[in-house]
Design a protein around this ligand. Structure first.
Ligand code: ATP
Length: 511
């Protein structure tokens, strides 16, 4: 079930040209979405922030744009053919399909919510003298809840690791988990379901080759490791960054752009000497968290969640979770992938994928630490925190999108106060001067108050109004989206003002 605030986010995204359901005139396609005129601009700006922070700011990280189609053996070597599965379970009464692990995790999340409530109540009771750590370790009720949650997660991790799907079902039954839709506990057995989409390459049915649409961009980087290393004369440690589409036939996809069947990833594989993975893993955890904090969405909205159950390729893994409208969920993954991928490609391709280390004077298969973030999830994180409704001084309500100014789709809106007296001409002249550096909207329709509201809802950080005083002294008013304050400044100071407020380089310098 979607909460009212989440429904508002989805409808605002559609009404203001950010996100539309795919092929909507044909009733849409489940968990596939199109980005509209404002959505594409915001998405491009997020991608640019990521790309520049990775590639431009690191001498030893370079970019790549690999094809979506890859030789099918790639997916055998990567483990996706055999292990890229989710455990699914159906409710026989509602006929709804669920991920068995998610049903269990949601159950645990409810226990955690109970713990948070107890902590909150105790903090009220003890006031100033409240010590959270002490409370967590000494309160018996909380300790019992925590140990219950831990035991459930441990049992689930063990059963999934051992492919013991009967026990996953038994756990669901033991916990008396009911279908959120029908309330029934009438479950099928748990089955594994491979998430890759298949397709065919070639003209005739008998010679066609079975392919997969890539379920992650990372493998395009691994298979090009030597190409990039040799052509770029790269020395370890170095990274390869890539953004692009990935496809997964998700079992449950009911959370708007959080879980899509076609989505975009921004991934960076950092190649390192074996034995240094712990230190680089910590390094990238910290770096990536800083990248998120830097946007100013509030540090309390992020937390690390270390994996109990490690993927087939990892020796350590954590998620950066974000507080989405439906709770803390994974936004980005940081994985220490060992030399699993490169070694397996060596085996399957029967080609050496090794690096000659001039310092150690030896050849080896590098280890890898990767950072992997979903662009669409990042979009949702920003959009959901940005959408705000507030009551202003005159008692009326306004809806605004507090998108970080640097990322806003339109940076500046320019309004002539009235459509006469030469004001539109001045406004258009300003647009002409500034359009080289900023995306600008020009609007002369309706009362100026309504034009402000329109831009607030689109997230435009500044609006400039040209009035009759402009004719006299070449000054304009500039209005700030968040504070709604208006300052009168000379036209000629505008470029400088905007450059300081809207500069991506300034944001990058804070990293
Ligand atoms: P989840 O546990 O939510 O299914 P995952 O652990 O399978 O995600 P990864 O394989 O680590 O995800 O992918 C890296 C990133 O790609 C995720 O952190 C997420 O931001 C994004 N991502 C993964 N699957 C989807 C999807 N179906 N739709 C949108 N973004 C996705």
């Amino acid at each position: 079930m979607q909460s009212d605030s989440f429904k508002k986010i989805i409808s605002h995204a559609k009404e203001y040209g950010f996100i539309f359901p795919s092929s909507e005139i044909y009733e849409g396609l489940s968990a596939v979405y199109d980005y509209g005129q404002n959505g594409v601009a915001l998405k491009n700006n997020i991608r640019e922030y990521w790309w520049k922070s990775m590639v431009q700011l690191h001498e030893n990280i370079v970019g790549l744009d690999a094809a979506i189609f890859m030789h099918p053996t790639t997916w055998k070597a990567s483990g996706h053919v055999d292990a890229f599965n989710d455990p699914l379970i159906d409710n026989k009464d509602s006929k709804k399909r669920y991920r068995a692990d998610v049903l269990i995790e949601d159950y645990v999340a409810k226990i955690e919510a109970k713990i948070s409530k107890e902590v909150f109540k105790a903090s009220k009771r003890f006031g100033e003298s409240f010590n959270k750590e002490q409370f967590l370790s000494t309160d018996q009720r909380v300790a019992a809840l925590q140990s219950k949650a831990n035991n459930i997660l441990k049992r689930m991790a063990k059963s999934l690791e051992n492919e013991d799907l009967a026990d996953v079902k038994a756990l669901i039954e033991d916990l008396e988990i009911a279908c959120p839709e029908s309330g029934s506990r009438n479950w099928t057995d748990v089955k594994q379901f491979n998430l890759m989409f298949g397709t065919k390459l070639g003209a005739s049915a008998d010679t066609a080759m079975n392919l997969f649409l890539r379920p992650e961009t990372a493998q395009g980087i691994f298979v090009n490791f030597l190409n990039v290393q040799k052509s770029g004369r790269m020395r370890l440690p170095f990274g390869i960054a890539q953004t692009g589409k990935a496809f997964r036939n998700e079992i449950v996809a009911r959370q708007f752009i959080f879980r899509m069947r076609e989505f975009e990833q921004m991934e960076m594989q950092f190649f390192i000497p074996p034995g240094t993975q712990k230190e680089w893993y910590e390094y990238w955890k910290e770096k990536r968290l800083k990248w998120h904090y830097n946007l100013g969405l509030g540090v309390d909205n992020y937390r690390f969640h270390d994996h109990e159950k490690l993927a087939h390729y990892a020796d350590a893994a954590t998620d950066i979770e974000f507080q989405f409208p439906f709770g803390f969920k994974e936004l980005e993954g940081i994985h220490s992938r060992t030399n699993f991928d490169l070694s397996n490609h060596e085996k399957y391709a029967r080609k050496k994928l090794q690096y000659f280390d001039p310092v150690k004077n030896e050849n080896y298969v590098p280890y890898v630490v990767e950072t992997s973030i979903g662009l669409d999830r990042m979009f949702l994180a920003i959009f959901s925190k940005a959408l705000t409704e507030e009551t202003i001084q005159d008692g009326s309500k306004r809806t605004l999108l507090k998108i970080p100014p640097v990322l806003a789709p339109t940076k500046l809106a320019i309004f002539p106060l009235v459509k006469k007296d030469g004001l539109p001409e001045i406004a258009k002249r300003i647009v002409k001067d500034l359009k080289w550096d900023f995306t600008i909207a020009y609007d002369e329709k309706d009362a100026v108050g309504r034009r402000y509201r329109r831009q607030d809802a689109l997230g435009t950080p500044y609006c400039v109004t040209i009035d009759h005083q402009t004719l006299e002294d070449e000054t304009i008013t500039i209005r700030d989206r968040d504070s709604m304050t208006q300052d009168r400044v000379p036209i000629k100071s505008l470029t400088r003002f905007l450059q300081t407020k809207l500069s991506l380089s300034e944001l990058l310098k804070k990293l």
